[in-house]
Design a protein around this ligand. Structure first.
Ligand SMILES: NC(=O)c1ccc[n+]([C@@H]2O[C@H](COP(=O)([O-])OP(=O)(O)OC[C@H]3O[C@@H](n4cnc5c(N)ncnc54)[C@H](OP(=O)(O)O)[C@@H]3O)[C@@H](O)[C@H]2O)c1
Length: 430
């Protein structure tokens, strides 16, 4: 039989442990599909004495992960440490510079340094594979880069963070507020003790910038992604969304327009009839729209040892088979120079919820501001009557420009009958 592919794994946590387990438990089918065995021969983690699910005795151990890059008996380096810089980046750079193929699950590193890492990989003519970096077990990288390669992609939209989707699902199903559900999610291990990367939308933005680069054949532009998280989504808005026929989802959306590419992560109201609206709990989903294929949706588990290992092992099988593709689907010289569009240029419909004093003339003041900004209303909803007290008023607009909506909101927030900062959620097709 052909010589095994000799693999070094840096990081033996959730994902690293899962990869070792999958390579062990599914060795027969992995070998058949790779055309040769895939053998982990060297590893690195912080604590050598830690009890691990999959034993690492007999494997070469490195305290310094960067040393894996210079081990002459290693064919491929798998980076599963995490963090955009530090040892993860040093290892990946060292491995590529040494001409060793790299597999990584590190979306933060790819979002921030994807361009320079791809340049290095291209210069050395070595593959850099990252199926596990976006949407865990869903093979979305392969789908965009290979399965849909003949299409001009016009839009991608995804539920890219399972923690946020879990929190929003629980808020809807239980009618509970964000802070309570987050505290429960942390107790259950669905949210980190420092959840900000997830709930503030940064993790989803990392993934969106990777998907947008692949979908539109352009360099990663994380800095150009407009990012909002879910902290300000309230149980009241979720209830109104249901009443109006929508679900609230944190979506990452990238769209190719005439003048460039728009990329944004924020809570969206999606029609309940859209397939993505029914993706609940910790599940992820990605919708892609191509000129020949039409619309497709992929759904599955976006995190966890098993799903993420599934993606890492798929990359290893590709490497064992010598199936190679450029990092971003095309050589860097062939990437598009389409500019990133500012959020102010976004055009869409909006949901606004205001807390206003219940007295005559208040609604007229609000609608006058909207009229002055050229924003027309599709519907309005007012619940309950309590003269002199605060009542919610919900307005749904027709399509308008984000910059016009922001100016209108500044003026509406300044009205003395509007009691809180307005809640604003963009409406999206799904
Ligand atoms: N968890 C998921 O579901 C998931 C899904 C998709 C992508 N990812 C990505 O996969 C990567 C790994 O995530 P994870 O959840 O597996 O992380 P994790 O459970 O925290 O594991 C990190 C591993 O890296 C090791 N490590 C940390 N610093 C090190 C250093 N300086 N030198 C050597 N080893 C070091 C740790 O060693 P010790 O074990 O000795 O502490 C641990 O084994 C991240 O980039 C993450 O974004 C994770």
């Amino acid at each position: 039989m052909t010589r095994p592919l000799s693999v070094a794994v840096a990081g033996l946590g959730t994902v690293g442990g899962g990869v070792l387990k999958m390579l062990r438990d599914n060795a027969d089918i992995v070998t058949a599909r790779a055309g040769r065995p895939i053998a982990v021969t060297a590893v690195s983690a912080r604590d050598r004495s830690k009890d691990r699910d999959v034993p690492v005795t007999g494997l070469r151990w490195y305290d310094d992960p960067v040393s894996l890059a210079s081990d002459p008996a290693v064919d491929v380096v798998v980076e599963l440490i995490g963090g955009s810089d530090g040892p993860a980046r040093s290892l990946v750079e060292a491995a590529l510079a040494a001409g060793k193929p790299v597999v990584t699950a590190n979306k933060a590193m790819l979002a921030l340094h994807g361009a320079s890492l791809a340049a290095l990989a291209e210069e050395r003519n070595v593959p850099l594979a990252f199926e596990a970096a976006v949407a865990g077990g869903i093979p979305v990288i392969k789908a965009l880069r290979e399965g849909l390669a003949g299409n001009r992609i016009s839009r991608i939209a995804g539920i890219l963070n399972g923690t946020c989707n879990y929190i929003l699902t629980q808020m809807r199903e239980r009618g509970r507020e964000f802070a309570d559900v987050l505290a429960d999610a942390q107790k259950l291990g669905y949210a980190e003790s420092d959840p900000s990367f997830d709930i503030d939308g940064v993790d989803a933005a990392h993934k969106l910038s990777i998907l947008a680069a692949l979908a539109f054949g352009r360099p990663v532009a994380f800095g150009a992604v407009h990012v909002e998280g879910i902290r300000r989504v309230s149980a009241l808005d979720i209830a109104f969304a249901t009443e109006l026929g929508y679900r609230i989802k944190l979506l990452g959306i990238a769209r190719r327009g005439d003048g460039g590419v728009e990329a944004r992560v924020h809570p969206c109201m999606v029609p309940q009839s859209a397939p993505i609206a029914r993706v609940d709990g910790v599940f992820n989903a990605v919708v892609a729209e191509g000129d020949f294929v039409g619309r497709i949706m992929l759904e599955g588990r976006g995190a966890g040892a098993g799903p993420t290992a599934s993606a890492v092992v798929a990359d290893l099988i590709d490497l064992a088979r010598n199936r190679l593709t450029p990092v971003w689907g095309a050589a860097s010289a062939a990437l598009s120079a389409a500019p990133s569009l500012p959020m102010g240029d976004h055009v869409g419909a909006y949901y606004l919820r205001l807390m206003v004093v219940d007295r005559p003339g208040v609604i007229a003041d609000v609608t006058a501001v909207l009229r002055d900004m050229g924003i027309s209303l599709e519907s309005m909803l007012q619940r309950g009557r309590s003269p002199g007290e605060a009542v919610p008023v919900v307005l749904v607009t027709h399509e308008t420009k984000e910059s016009a909506m922001r100016s209108a909101l500044d003026r509406i927030a300044g009205l003395d009958t509007v009691l809180e900062e307005p809640a604003v959620i963009r409406i999206e097709a799904g």
